[in-house]
Ligand binder design. Structure first.
Ligand code: T6T
Length: 315
């Protein structure tokens, strides 16, 4: 559990509440397909999924591609479709490339529930559950602003264009920077979800903009590589990093001071709601088509408070 239900924290941004179904009418088969295997965010989501599946009496299987890449996720989706599970919970890796494979899953008779990311037209899905990613990007800018009250140059380290979550976070951040005349937005870099690439991009960004004061790293792997690049350039005191996600590695980076703030999502809650919506769709219960979950900004100051500890990803 990563902090419980969507509307528990009064300080959290607007979140949707869902009607939790009772026990399923039968032991449905649910397939969970992660964006990428081995990622702390999806591991925490899997915990939420498995706990809720046990409660409602349904069976879950999990698999995911070795990279956050539609060419690797598509074959998994195609083979899952052939098995016709009752429901598929999936974080699609690209808004365009995963559109028709997922339409085909729904046409094949499986209920589709999107968890985390989405595609360009999710009308095939029973429900789509995601963080307030635009709000999270905006909150990341507010955190950078607190760390650099005098303003200056800022940039974004993202993953790849065409991923709904990181694109929305970048948009929230960009719009907020552009509305603040003290800050100058120098652009976005795409690290392909690879920390080593993010570190190299950070090195060249610091060569181009030596006076950079802040970086918004739009997910876990981007934050890891950004911190490495800034550290290698010995610019840790000057460049403040705000990352998304709060797995064990990110929390350690926060404690060590290589990252200055984290926007923690609620992956276990997203997973829990995913199972709730799948079972509701299968049993003719109450389905909420679009569900938004909240986030918590964690800094060294609140990390060891009950709120900070509740927001850290559990596995
Ligand atoms: O930030 C999460 C997830 O929300 C995003 O869609 C992809 O990256 C993560 O899984 C973190 O690695």
């Amino acid at each position: 559990a990563d902090g419980g239900g969507a509307s528990v924290d009064p300080a959290a941004p607007a979140a949707t509440s869902v009607t939790v179904p009772g026990k399923a009418s039968k032991n449905y088969s649910i397939q969970f397909i992660q964006g990428v295997a081995g990622d702390e965010f999806y591991i925490s989501m899997q915990c939420g999924i498995e706990a809720e599946a046990a409660k409602l009496g349904v069976t879950v299987n999990t698999q995911g591609p070795q990279k956050f890449d539609p060419t690797l996720q598509r074959p998994i989706v195609d083979s899952v479709r052939a098995n016709k599970p009752d429901a598929v919970l999936i974080a699609p890796t690209d808004v365009t490339a995963m559109q028709s494979p997922l339409e085909a899953v729904a046409q094949g008779g499986s209920k589709v529930v999107l968890v985390d990311t989405t595609t360009e037209d999710p009308s095939y899905a029973a429900s789509a559950i995601a963080s307030d990613n635009i709000g999270g990007g905006k909150a990341a800018f507010e955190a950078i602003k607190q760390l650099n009250p005098d303003g200056g140059k800022v940039m974004i380290m993202s993953t790849d264009p065409g991923i709904s979550t990181t694109d929305a976070r970048a948009k929230g951040f960009e719009d907020a920077v552009k509305a603040d005349s003290k800050f100058q937005y120098v652009g976005i870099q795409y690290s392909h979800n690879d920390p080593a690439t993010a570190a190299n991009l950070m090195t060249s960004s610091l060569q181009k903009d030596a006076d950079l004061v802040g970086v918004f790293a739009a997910n876990l792997f981007a934050a890891e590589g950004t911190a490495t690049g800034v550290r290698q350039a010995n610019k840790g005191a000057q460049v403040k990093i705000v990352g998304f996600d709060a797995g064990p590695g990110q929390v350690k980076a926060l404690r060590d001071g290589t990252v200055n703030a984290l926007v923690a999502q609620q992956p276990a809650t997203i997973g829990q709601y995913g199972v709730d919506m799948a079972v509701a769709a299968l049993d003719g219960g109450q389905v909420t088509p679009k569900v938004q979950t909240g986030f918590t900004v964690i800094t060294k100051e609140n990390l060891d408070t009950p709120e900070g500890q509740a927001a850290v990803y559990k596995s």
